[in-house]
Write a protein that binds this ligand. Structure first.
Ligand code: AMP
Ligand code: ZN
Length: 115
């Protein structure tokens, strides 16, 4: 499958790894929009949030648990934001489910930028 994030998981494309376990991989976003900008992805290919169902959604709870663990370890005490873009209107550019973990600055809020 021609999927950028599957290739990153397989080690075919280099990435700055932050965390890894059996089902989840976390790495630094190549174009950060906040001082902390990580991508949390399931190791199984799921095309996006709209492809979640009862059979594959357990990994989402695990990803949020991993995010909380990273936040604790990296002392993101000011808070953090988790975003997933789904589909073209939301600006999803990589069609492998991923959650942006953003932190390290005061963030505003708008549907346009998210940050
Ligand atoms: P989205 O626009 O929500 O689909 O997010 C895709 C994210 O992947 C963007 O924030 C990109 O900067 C990031 N990205 C694209 N290619 C790479 C790469 N090779 N390594 C790390 N992050 C990447
Ligand atoms: Zn993939």
């Amino acid at each position: 499958m021609d999927c950028l994030f599957c290739k990153i998981i397989a080690g075919e494309i280099p990435s700055a790894k932050v965390y890894e376990d059996e089902t989840v991989y976390v790495f630094k976003d190549i174009a950060p929009i906040a001082p902390v900008h990580y991508l949390l992805i399931p190791k199984t290919h799921i095309s996006g949030a709209s492809a979640l169902d009862e059979g594959n959604a357990d990994v989402v709870a695990h990803i949020f648990t991993v995010a909380a663990k990273i936040a604790k370890e990296e002392k993101l005490d000011g808070g953090f934001r988790i975003i997933t873009n789904c589909g073209d209107d939301a600006g999803q550019t990589v069609k492998h489910l991923h959650f942006h973990l953003l932190a390290g600055k005061q963030m505003g809020w708008s549907a346009e930028s998210g940050v």
